[in-house]
Design a protein around this ligand. Structure first.
Ligand SMILES: O=c1[nH]c(=O)c2[nH]c(=O)[nH]c2[nH]1
Length: 301
């Protein structure tokens, strides 16, 4: 039997960078969690222990903070593309760099209708994300950008059913034509190129997702997600595919009968766990797949 090294990558996970812009009295704040990873031929580092080709994860971390200072943050996709290309250039053994960025939003604290100059409040748990894979550098650079969002918490209080499902001896679930549908959505979409107005596209995709979630009369979370993805692909020709991971945040009608009370769909127990977990991907049938861009993407491994 021979033992061989399998797939590997290495980098610094979750560098939490806060960049404050304080050129004027009206400050701006950007709050990112950045993970870096290099892939390539690092056989000697593993098999012989020779670290001669390894750009330390500590250096990768320092680079993230230095770039935030020197270049600023801008759109997270551009920040990740620049970092990725830099790492591939600096590290001959690396064929690819993968940069994963999550952005945490901050709003200005409102004082009598005006946003305060330098005081902020975190804008909820939702984050904007990107995972960028860069292969080669300079004229040979290729890049894949998968942008998205995490923890977009959605609910609709009617317009959702779940019935006609398969049953067996263990089925207890009652059919329903009117239920609460709620999720904490993870969505990631892959762009066909890198010449994109990232911020504008992000806002438009997010708006489409919200609109379709609201408008579709849901027969199941699976169907809602498919319709949401379909609408994104129909409206955004520069997006090749979109993937969702969506917990079904169950809302069970609470039994108020013991107290002589009726419960016409008003009081629910929002169960924490277990939860259904629905993963759906929707893609154009005329684009090449890019599985390596999805490799080790959280939620879609
Ligand atoms: O939208 C749903 N999809 C399911 O697959 C499922 N399974 C279940 O028990 N409830 C639900 N709801």
């Amino acid at each position: 039997m021979a033992v061989v090294l399998g797939t590997n990558q290495y980098g610094k996970a979750e560098c939490h960078v806060v960049r404050v812009y304080r050129d004027t009295a009206r400050h701006h704040i950007r709050d990112l969690t950045v993970s870096t990873a290099l892939r390539g031929d690092f056989t000697e580092a593993h098999v012989d222990g020779d670290q001669g080709e390894v750009l330390p994860t500590d250096t990768q971390k320092n680079t993230v903070f230095a770039f935030a200072s020197e270049r600023g943050v801008g759109q997270i996709e551009d920040f990740a593309l620049e970092l990725g290309e830099h790492f591939v250039r600096q590290t001959p053994a690396a064929t690819e760099a993968k940069i994963d960025v999550s952005e945490h939003g901050w709003d200005r604290i409102d004082i009598d209708g005006h946003g305060h100059d330098h005081s902020f409040v975190r804008s909820g748990q939702e984050t904007r994300t990107t995972v960028v894979t860069v292969r080669g550098h300079g004229a040979d650079r290729q890049a894949w950008v998968i942008s998205g969002l995490n923890d977009l918490v959605l609910a609709k209080t009617t317009g959702s059913e779940f019935q006609g499902f398969r049953t067996d001896g263990y089925t207890t679930l009652a059919e329903t034509d009117d239920r609460v549908l709620a999720t904490s959505l993870v969505a990631r979409w892959r762009y066909l190129g890198t010449e994109v107005d990232w911020g504008k596209s992000y806002s438009a995709v997010r708006a489409t997702l919200l609109r379709r979630f609201a408008e579709v009369h849901s027969k199941a979370l699976q169907q809602s997600l498919y319709e949401m993805g379909k609408a994104v692909l129909e409206q955004h020709t520069d997006i090749a595919e979109i993937r969702f991971s969506a917990p079904n945040k169950h809302h069970f009608l609470f039994d108020l009968e013991p107290f002589g009370l009726e419960n016409p769909g008003e009081v629910f127990h929002a169960a924490d766990r277990p939860y259904g977990l629905i993963d759906v991907s929707v893609r154009r049938d005329d684009v090449t797949e890019a599985e390596s861009a999805w490799h080790a993407v959280p939620g879609f491994c």
